[in-house]
Design a protein around this ligand. Sequence first.
Ligand code: PHE
Length: 321
Amino acid sequence: MRKALAAIQSAAAPDELEALRVRLLGRKGEVTAQLKALGSLPAAERPAAGKAVNRIKKELSAAIAERRRALNECLLDADLSAGGIDASLPGRGVLPGSEHPISRTLRRVRTILAGAGFSARSGPEIEDEFHNFTALNMPGNHPARDMHDTFYLPSGMLLRTHTSPVQIRSMLAEGAPLKIISSGRVFRRDSDQTHTPVFHQVEGLAVDEGVSLANLKSLLHEFAERFFERKVQVRFRASYFPFTEPSAEMDVRWEDGGWLEILGCGMVHPQVLRSGGLDPERYTGYAFGMGVERMAMLRYGVRDIRRLFGNDVRFLGQFAP
Ligand code: PHE
């Protein structure tokens, strides 16, 4: 009995303990054998002997249960200290994301223009020659097509080189009056410190009876002041786009006294109104287009356009709210 108790106490693992239990208390175990042997004792000795064996059985069972509990506790301790969970450690903290400067700029531009009554439209990135060029007063052999360094697809379709095809799609789909903006990716075979083959534009178009160049100038001046959040001086410099007449580029006076071009604009060319299914004798319109990367670089003082595409979190983190 004492030997059995000592063995139980020193069992080092649950299966060792289980083997002991089977050897002592199992169907063919030592204690069970003693119980069976009671039958062969003289009747007078049986009650006392039976009591003694049952006491031993109870004691051994209790000792085994106690040892099992202790072993399990040890195992749990070992588990925890082997690198499971330390509930006393501080939490990891949340790294908040930040809006990408392009998205942020786009959102600002859209919000400002929505306030001036423009609503958003969209068009496909894979365009046909008709919407990207022909309907915008650039027929097949027009030299301005070369300026756009177009990506052509084997199918004869192309990656749109500007957002202006949405002007045509909107006029054809909705007629006039119309006051819309459209933003998205555009594609040109061009790449250096200020150009990437993919960039973003926002296009604006207003068509109605009596829309004038004065309307265009006041809208864009107001836009520039809201976008840069200060009073700004702007100038409209005569320029050329096939789809507007007259055409201009708007410059903003910078802190160093220089002028910076921020967008192209003009009165919608009569030929373009016609392509859009509208009568140029009745309707006039203005249109403008700007590069989102350029606006973001000016607004946030980014020198190299590649920063906007590098996805370096040290750069992006600076735009956290
Ligand atoms: N589509 C022109 C460009 O990509 C910009 C523009 C839009 C100019 C609308 C005038 C009117 O350069």
